[in-house]
Ligand binder design. Structure first.
Ligand SMILES: Cc1ncc(COP(=O)(O)O)c(C=O)c1O
Length: 407
């Protein structure tokens, strides 16, 4: 019809990432027009008849549809976040868990059986390693670790019963990049699955499933929640990993509190603007740090000098605000003197909130496949949304204390 304005594309797959982050999972009809899906507090769901109860049961268990059945099975509050993450990660389905760590452990449990062996990157988040070396062994599953830079060479570490490769790109203390497409190719050739902890990049900056992984995990506690006030994990799966992870999450009885899910969904909507600012601030602070005489090198794949830069540039579309600092000379007392009097950088675990954080970093003791040989302790910085000039001033005073203590 002449004069009819062109319609915006209806296929969400053609939209830009920023648009998808704002819109993914929204269902105007389901929400009765309310922009944010309300918080449904639910355990019992009541039915009008036995037939209605049976119909809900068939929809949930036989047809695998979303239907109100029982609180643990989810409500529109959970479905909104699940659908949003599935769209952003390009996943067949997304499961929610009560923390990022439980997302890592349930994803592994969903992909193994007794007698299996799994390969885990030597740079893995420490509690994931503790699970693999601890509880997982009680189920008859063994773990060995491979050098983070192995790429296609990971094939050398395979045993006849290896069924999983677990990667984390980059690792959250040493920031070593991993060649995810190469790991995926080996996994596929060997009939194993590739699981990736994608927390650092978020689905905005990396989509592991598109690079060949079977599972992409988020500690949504970090950037997706974004405000340091809720804990949650997400497991995004392809069709091959779906049945196993679904079984693990369902049979173990995982349920995520609706208030936390609401906070995560609300945080998600501003992920793109926050992350771009984290990245911009982090690059300014990192370039300043690179010029300081106390610093040997930064561990940040976004920097051209970083050994992982080429992989980062090939597979990622951005960098978050978390990086490591290696000192030329260091001591525990000097690092403590620096950290204890910081005015803006707070000392605490986790990262991904709007605020800047600092903590000592000692990754060497965890390594078993490839030694970490840099001087320790280093520090890990999360660059928040404060003005970078103020952050640099805080670091400048901190480095003066560091220097004075080191002597
Ligand atoms: C890379 C990575 N994965 C998983 C987790 C665990 O997340 P959560 O603290 O929500 O259990 C963390 C937490 O620091 C992390 O850094």
């Amino acid at each position: 019809m002449a004069g009819t304005p062109p319609k915006a594309p209806r296929n969400p797959g053609t939209r830009k990432p920023e648009t998808r982050i704002v819109r993914a999972g929204q269902d105007k009809k389901r929400n009765a027009g309310i922009v944010n899906t309300p918080v449904f507090h639910a355990s019992t769901v009541v039915f009008d008849s036995v037939a209605a109860m049976q119909e809900a049961s068939d929809r949930v268990f036989k047809k695998r549809e979303k239907a109100l059945y029982y609180g643990r099975r989810g409500t529109p509050t959970q479905w909104t976040l699940q659908e949003a993450i599935s769209e952003l990660e390009g996943a067949a389905e997304t499961f929610l868990t009560p923390s990022g760590l439980s997302a890592c452990t349930l994803a592994i449990l969903g992909c193994v059986k007794a007698g299996d062996h799994i390969l885990v990157t030597d740079s893995v988040y420490e509690p994931t390693r503790i699970f693999c070396d601890g509880l997982l062994t009680h189920f008859g599953v063994t773990t060995s670790y491979f050098p983070p830079g192995a790429g296609a060479d990971v094939a050398r570490y395979f045993q006849p019963n290896t069924t999983v490769i677990f990667a984390e790109a980059p690792g959250s203390h040493t920031f070593e990049m991993q060649d995810l497409p190469a790991l995926a190719q080996v996994a596929k050739a060997k009939g194993a699955k590739l699981l990736v902890d994608n927390t650092w990049a978020t689905p905005l900056f990396c989509q592991p499933l598109a690079l060949g992984a079977d599972v992409s995990i988020q500690a949504a506690t970090k950037y997706i929640v974004g405000h340091s006030d809720a804990m949650i994990g997400t497991i995004a799966v392809n069709e091959a990993a779906r049945p196993g992870v679904q079984r693990a999450v369902s049979q173990i009885g995982i349920a995520v509190a609706p208030d936390d899910v609401y906070l995560a969904t609300r945080g998600l909507r501003t992920l793109a603007v926050r992350l771009k600012q984290h990245q911009e601030n982090a690059l300014i602070v990192a370039r300043w740090l690179q010029r300081q005489p106390d610093i040997k090198r930064l561990l940040y794949p976004a920097l051209p000098e970083d050994p992982g830069h080429a992989l980062w540039k090939r597979d990622f579309t951005g960098a978050s605000g978390l990086f490591g600092v290696v000192f030329t000379r260091t001591s525990e007392a000097a690092v403590a003197a620096m950290i204890d009097d910081m005015q803006l950088f707070a000392l605490g675990f986790s990262w991904g909130g709007y605020e800047s954080l600092i903590c000592p970093s000692n990754p060497a003791a965890l390594r078993t496949a490839e030694p970490w040989t840099e001087a320790e302790p280093g520090i890990r910085l999360h660059i928040g949304l404060e003005h970078p000039d103020d952050l640099i001033a805080d670091l400048e005073a901190g480095l003066a204390r560091f220097r004075a203590t080191l002597g």
